[in-house]
Write a protein that binds this ligand. Structure first.
Ligand code: PEP
Ligand code: MN
Length: 261
């Protein structure tokens, strides 16, 4: 069994505050990332996420800027004070992640055990996404790999699973949130963007995630979604993001008021 996941007792999120992580799918030119970071900061969002290394289904689509992308994120962090989140694809890239506040392990790497072991040896906060073909137990076993190596700075992220449904890119398994919360105190956030694969249902899915008890959200947003270099179909714009934030904060206040445990 995943004993360390079960017995997890660290409180890594600030008291009852939603963890909101947002930004474009991929790191783009610095001036754009800077404007997005400034916008997020103006709304009280503390984490900017953008991918420097992108795991793409097709080798012919934009693969990310690599180390240059991480340098852009570092510069934007220095200029704005925003914290940064970015996905790692291989343990050999770790040297570039020193200034990254939260390292994301994407769905495709959830069971990359050598990567998990290497990240488990660091004290970085790791955001472990659920594999799109992984059961909740498999996801929690993957998390146990991180904990086993001594790193207890972990956050889980539900991002949808593959089903027969074709209207969405994946099916958001909203039930995993209360199930995992019934097993462990590890924070669980939800990524409605990669779940849905379409921008028009991100806001209602985000509302549902907070209502079901998620500790936060990961949202793909961009100042001009139709010009985004990656995942534009699921990316919301600034105005939609502002609406989302307002609505989920209202819902979160209600959830805090009515839940006793
Ligand atoms: C991402 O977060 O940009 C990503 C590729 O997501 P996932 O690993 O959930 O598919
Ligand atoms: Mn994406």
């Amino acid at each position: 069994m995943y004993e360390k996941v079960r017995k997890y007792n660290k409180k890594i999120l600030e008291n009852n505050e939603l963890l909101i992580i947002a930004g474009p799918c991929a790191v783009e030119e610095e001036s754009r990332i800077l404007r997005i970071a400034q916008f997020l900061k103006s709304l009280g969002v503390k984490y900017l996420r953008a991918g420097a290394y992108k795991p793409r289904t097709s080798p012919y689509t934009f693969q990310g800027l690599g180390p240059k992308g991480l340098e852009i994120l570092r510069n934007v962090k220095m200029k704005t004070g925003i914290k940064i989140v970015s996905e790692i694809m291989d343990a050999s890239q770790l040297e570039f992640y020193e200034d990254v506040d939260i390292i994301q392990v994407g769905a495709r790497n959830m069971q990359n055990f050598s990567l998990l072991k290497a990240l488990g040896k660091t004290n970085k906060t790791i955001l472990l996404k659920r594999g799109f073909g992984a059961t909740i137990d498999e996801w929690l076993y993957a998390c146990e790999y991180l904990l086993n190596e001594g790193n207890d700075n972990v956050i889980l992220c539900e991002r949808g699973i593959k089903t027969f449904e074709t209207q969405t890119r994946n099916t958001l398994d909203i039930s995993s949130v209360p199930i995992v919360k019934g097993i462990s105190k590890i924070p669980v956030i939800v990524d409605p963007s990669h779940s849905a694969g379409r921008s028009d249902i991100i806001i209602p899915l985000a509302r549902a995630a907070v209502a079901v008890g998620a500790d936060g959200l990961l949202i793909e947003m961009h100042e001009e979604p139709n010009k985004a270099l990656s995942d534009k179909e699921e990316t919301i714009d600034f105005k939609q993001f502002e609406t989302l934030l307002y609505e989920i904060r209202e819902i979160h206040d209600v959830v805090k008021k009515i839940t006793l445990s």
